[in-house]
Design a protein around this ligand. Structure first.
Ligand SMILES: [Zn+2]
Length: 96
């Protein structure tokens, strides 16, 4: 779970979901940024379900409907896992 770099408040899963896009600490209201290391992790996370769906589509004759359901399930799971991979920093970090 993410920990605020300003006040060291540990964000709960619910708090993380609430501030997923703004990344504002619920305790001290300080703007936080996703660390470069964590960005890398979440970018891998977004590639995995897409490639799984692609492979499933290639190797089985999945109908469009069940493919769409699979995609929604994966997207839901991804959002649910996101707070576990989120790490915070005080400044915007870029990874090479
Ligand atoms: Zn804070």
């Amino acid at each position: 779970m993410p920990i605020c770099q300003k006040c060291e408040h540990k964000w709960t899963w619910k708090e993380s979901m609430k501030s997923l896009f703004r990344l504002k600490c619920p305790n001290c209201e300080e703007k936080q940024f996703q660390s470069a290391k964590s960005k890398k992790k979440t970018s891998i996370l977004s590639i995995v379900p897409i490639s799984i769906i692609f492979l499933v589509n290639v190797f089985s004759s999945l109908s469009f409907g069940s493919g769409a359901i699979l995609l929604i399930v994966f997207l839901g799971a991804m959002f649910g896992l996101y707070p576990f991979l989120l790490q915070l920093s005080n400044e915007e970090e870029f990874y090479p």
